[in-house]
Design a protein around this ligand. Structure first.
Ligand code: SF4
Length: 222
């Protein structure tokens, strides 16, 4: 391991300790059932969790995933309108459901918990419409696997803290950060950096003057 990487690993440990004091130590607990988590995460693409939640609840009024699979994309698009990009997302959701049904003969992905992280991620991302972020959210939130979903907040904060370079793409950041963050800290890292991005390290006008990480952040505008 390079000296640079050792430095970043130690910095990450400090960040987790520091942000845990500010926001409280995150404790993992399963959020939704695996199929629900997967489709909910698809609905969160390019919108807020709040809008996605409204769309998800409306979608679930149709009944089971089997019932939803029998529904037309137009009807689904109407129901999930609040989640944005509804015409694209309705087709994406139906495509994912069809593929899972074809592979497993049922709409159940709980078997993924028995696979290792790489195999589970490979299985998921080989389905059109499931990218590294969606796969990582599902694997982390439903199965407590050591995956780090990288959203816009984590990407931005990681760049500002020099954990990744300015040129690192969101997709590459998944693999780079997963190598740098210890397994036992991955969930905490994900939750704490999102919190920090939402509450202090905003995209525009980050609150650097009141940030607990300002001493180790080179981005700060003090
Ligand atoms: S000092 Fe500013 S840029 Fe750096 S992490 Fe804190 S809020 Fe973000």
């Amino acid at each position: 391991m390079t000296e640079k990487n050792k430095e970043i690993i130690s910095k990450i440990k400090n960040i987790i300790t520091n942000l845990s004091k500010v926001y409280g130590p995150p404790i993992w607990k399963p959020r939704l059932k695996p199929m629900d988590e997967l489709i909910f995460t698809v609905l969160t693409q390019n919108t807020s969790d709040l809008n996605a939640e409204k769309a998800f609840l409306k979608l679930k009024t149709l009944g089971s995933w089997e019932e939803i699979l029998k529904t037309s994309d137009l009807k689904i698009a109407k129901l999930i309108k609040s989640g944005g990009m509804s015409n694209i997302k309705s087709k994406r959701i139906l495509g994912i459901l069809q593929e899972i049904k074809k592979r497993e003969n049922k709409l159940d992905i709980s078997f993924l918990s028995k696979l290792n992280l790489d195999d589970a991620r490979r299985w998921l991302t080989s389905i059109e419409g499931i990218g590294p972020k969606t796969a990582s959210v599902l694997l982390s939130f439903s199965f407590n696997m050591p995956a780090i979903p990288v959203d816009t907040h984590i990407h931005r904060v990681s760049k500002r803290l020099n954990l990744i370079t300015k040129k690192t793409s969101t997709e590459d950041a998944h693999y780079i950060l997963e190598k740098l963050v210890e397994d036992k800290n991955k969930y905490s890292f994900h939750v704490l950096l999102i919190n920090h991005g939402r509450k202090k390290c905003h995209s525009r006008n980050p609150k650097c003057e009141e940030c607990s990480l300002k001493k180790i952040c080179h981005y700060k505008k003090l």
